[in-house]
Design a protein around this ligand. Structure first.
Ligand code: ZN
Length: 149
């Protein structure tokens, strides 16, 4: 278990240091700002939809290591997926970080599993889910700003 924890920590540190898809998308079909005032995490998610498929997704902004690495893993996980698949991944991720991981499909979780430790720190759940909430808002095309408060 401690080896697994170390591996998870490595994933988070790596994505924090070298965030994937950390860029604006000139061809974005929607752009939503997400803000978590409790921690100060502040990101903009850029989404390029092709019909129901997420053709590309990027993000910019700043925040703590959990929020930034989560945004990075989120963008890598949903690229190429349909809206429905992305929505389902968010549900799975939310269960994981709120401590309802029992019965979740590990294969489906993939890299998202690195955030399982967040469930032990309820104050960090908003950091971990900020990018996902922002993505959902962008997918639904509602609002240009999301706040966790
Ligand atoms: Zn944070």
């Amino acid at each position: 278990m401690s080896d697994l924890r170390e591996l998870y920590q490595q994933v988070i540190l790596d994505h924090n240091k070298n965030p994937r898809n950390f860029k604006e998308l000139p061809a974005a079909t929607s752009k939503v700002e997400g803000y978590n005032p409790l921690c100060g995490d502040h990101y903009t998610i850029y989404l390029q939809l092709d019909g129901d498929t997420i053709r590309d997704v990027g993000f910019t902004g700043n925040g703590c290591a959990i929020s930034k690495s989560s945004a990075s893993v989120m963008t890598s996980s949903v690229k190429g997926k349909t809206k429905e698949e992305a929505d389902r991944l968010f549900d799975v991720f939310q269960k994981l970080v709120t401590g309802h991981a029992a019965g979740l499909d590990e294969a489906e979780l993939g890299r998202l599993a690195a955030f399982s430790g967040v469930s032990e720190f309820p104050a960090r759940v908003k950091c971990a889910t900020l990018a996902w909430h922002t993505l959902r808002s962008a997918l639904q095309g509602i609002g240009e700003k999301v706040s966790t408060e």
